[in-house]
Design a protein around this ligand. Structure first.
Ligand code: ADE
Ligand code: ZN
Length: 353
């Protein structure tokens, strides 16, 4: 990839649709908050913690991710974590983010869900006038029971009302294998009745059948990851025809060994088959980079063209849960950047491929 092309990608306005805010906790902040809150960590130093980030699969990551999240106790902690993410995302050109959080990770430690949401909201509200638009999506941990998810949902109802401008939907994350979407049919039906948006992790480590289940039983509007959809041609056709977007996270897939090499990532083939693929960072503090690092790693390994990159960037806005007017304004920002100085003609030196 030419330096000019890398610069064009890095400077492009972006949407980030798959970001666990707890996965943006950098080791330095984990240690700072642990000290502030008197939380004992099973690591002696920042370096020792970082050295533990050698994952073999999703579960090996989740064990460390939940340990890291245990330092979050107060509203200020959630504020500080979110403000740090916003700064890094803005530096990468993100102008709109739809941010996941895992309330059950915190409520089980006695942190009220209202504290979690208030801290995240304060940072996001501050970022709004600085050109950073955002939404929040409450995720249920699929390794816990549906009754636990239902109780969490009930306890969050006042928050869905109080923060209706920001808290717009629900998601499903954590250990995928053995925890099919069907386990959460009732809670997703309740959310649908209330007009909330719905997304779910599916086809990350789990089989393509989990993607069909998420679509059929949970009626999700986006699939998080979904990279194993490639194994089922009829599912690929279904995704392409419905334009249900996949929020793909290339560096996450590499670190959690979904693919042994970025060159084997399925996102390019899915894109070529008409699937609305987007690029996101998942848990950037753990997987070696924020959204630009994900774009650049995928673009480089898969030799993505100028047109492919534009399509992926645009998909991010098309698949976001904003109003049509907001979407159009964001796409106009993307177009102004992407097509600046280019005649659009093949062979134009200013349209690097
Ligand atoms: N929670 C945080 N990151 C996750 C991922 N990549 N898959 C499932 N659950 C998660
Ligand atoms: Zn995720």
């Amino acid at each position: 990839m030419t330096p000019t092309f890398a610069k064009k990608i890095a400077g492009a306005p972006k949407a980030e649709l798959h970001l666990h805010i707890e996965g943006s906790l950098e080791p330095e902040l984990i240690f700072k908050l642990a000290k502030r809150n008197g939380v004992a960590l099973p690591y002696d130093s920042i370096e020792a913690l970082r050295a533990a980030y050698a994952f073999t699969d999703l579960q090996s990551f989740l064990d460390i991710y939940y340990a890291g999240a245990s330092v979050l106790r107060t509203e200020d902690d959630f504020y500080e974590m979110t403000a740090a993410y916003v700064e890094r995302a803005r530096a990468d050109g993100v102008i709109h983010a739809e941010i996941f959080f895992d309330p059950q990770t915190h409520t089980e430690r006695g942190v009220p869900i209202a504290t979690v949401v208030a801290g995240i909201e304060r940072a996001l509200a501050e970022a709004e006038p600085r050109g950073f638009s955002s939404k929040m999506i409450l995720c249920f941990l699929r390794h816990l029971s549906e009754d636990d998810a239902l109780a969490t949902f009930e306890s969050a109802l006042p928050l869905f009302d109080a923060y209706a401008h920001r808290l717009i939907g629900i998601g499903l994350d954590s250990s995928e294998r053995g925890h099919p979407p069907s386990k959460f049919e009732r809670v997703f039906a309740k959310a649908r009745t209330r007009g909330l948006k719905r997304v779910a992790h599916a086809g990350e480590e789990g089989p393509p059948a989990y993607i069909d289940e998420a679509l059929d039983l949970l009626q999700v509007e986006r699939i998080d990851h979904g990279v194993r959809s490639i194994e089922d041609p009829s599912l690929v056709t279904r995704l392409a025809n419905t334009r249900i977007a996949l929020t793909v996270c290339p560096l996450s897939n590499l670190k959690l060994r979904v693919f042994d090499d970025m060159k084997h990532h399925t996102l390019k083939t899915l894109l070529e088959r008409g699937v609305a693929v987007t690029i996101n960072s998942d848990d950037p503090a753990y997987f070696g980079g924020y959204v630009n690092a994900n774009y650049l790693a995928a673009a480089d390994a898969l030799a993505l063209s100028d047109a492919a990159l534009y399509a992926i960037l645009r998909n991010g806005f098309e698949a976001s849960f904003v109003t049509p007017a907001e979407r159009n304004a964001m796409i106009a920002q993307l177009d102004a950047h992407w097509h600046a100085g280019s005649t659009g003609k093949p062979g134009d030196a200013r349209s690097p491929s």
